[in-house]
Design a protein around this ligand. Structure first.
Ligand SMILES: O=C(CO)[C@H](O)[C@H](O)COP(=O)(O)O
Ligand SMILES: [Fe+2]
Length: 222
């Protein structure tokens, strides 16, 4: 089963509630919230107040992609705000296990993300302890970038690792996912597709754009 995770980074924030409602109507499975600190990535985005604001207006799970240098500082505030999943970058944690245990101990899901320059193999020791592995398909920091050509091979390698060690772990892809690249991701083993620009920047509107990504996933599974 493939999941669609619209990234609100590309949304018009003056209409955020209505746009989240639209993607829900279009069949979105979760909402992806990109958190950037201006250190780990050269951009600033949103914090726990956005999660807190969204929590009462949607039943969709809220997953927080933490692109920050020191994720442990923010675990409590995002969980209190109502996040269902926290995704932490492997590059910033010397030992991910305490953080994984803390998040899981509080009844939420945890993901580990890797940048395009990080070997997929680094996740080997942690796959059994996480709910989600996020393969970045662009360099993190900005929406609207092009899908990196080395991504399919990396996705496939990660899928092999997951099948071997923990088939219940989800394989998410993030960055440059659209109607052209989504089928490639699914064919190589992705089961969660994050899409920002392709959904919120679509001239067809976010509901139809989400539906279209959903149809692609169905075709890929036939
Ligand atoms: O983590 C991210 C950027 O660092 C975003 O989730 C990602 O870029 C989604 O945006 P788009 O679909 O526009 O590429
Ligand atoms: Fe993201």
């Amino acid at each position: 089963m493939i999941s669609i995770a619209p990234s609100i980074l590309a949304a018009d924030f003056s209409k955020l509630g209505e746009l989240v409602h639209q993607v829900d109507l279009g069949g979105a499975n979760r909402i992806h919230v990109d958190v950037m600190d201006g250190h780990f990535v050269p951009n600033l985005s949103m914090g726990p107040v956005v999660v807190k604001g969204l929590r009462p207006i949607t039943k969709l799970p809220l997953e927080v992609h933490l692109m920050v240098d020191n994720p442990s500082r923010f675990v409590d505030s995002f969980l209190q705000a109502g996040a269902d999943t926290l995704i932490v970058h492997f590059e910033v944690v010397s030992d991910p296990l305490p953080l994984i245990q803390e998040i899981r101990g509080r009844g939420r899901k945890v993901g580990l993300a890797i940048n395009p320059g990080t070997s997929v193999d680094v996740l080997k020791d942690y796959i059994t302890d996480i709910d989600l592995a996020l393969c970045m398909t662009v360099w993190p920091g900005f929406g609207g970038q092009s899908f990196l050509p080395e991504s399919p091979e990396r996705i496939q390698k990660l899928r092999e690792l997951i099948e071997k060690l923990n088939p219940r772990c989800e394989l998410e892809v993030d960055g440059g996912v659209d109607l052209q690249t989504a089928p490639v991701c699914v064919r190589h083993g992705a089961d969660v597709l994050v899409a920002g620009t392709a959904i919120f920047g679509s001239p067809k509107g976010p509901k139809l754009a989400t539906e279209q990504l959903g149809r692609i996933r169905a075709e890929e599974l036939e």
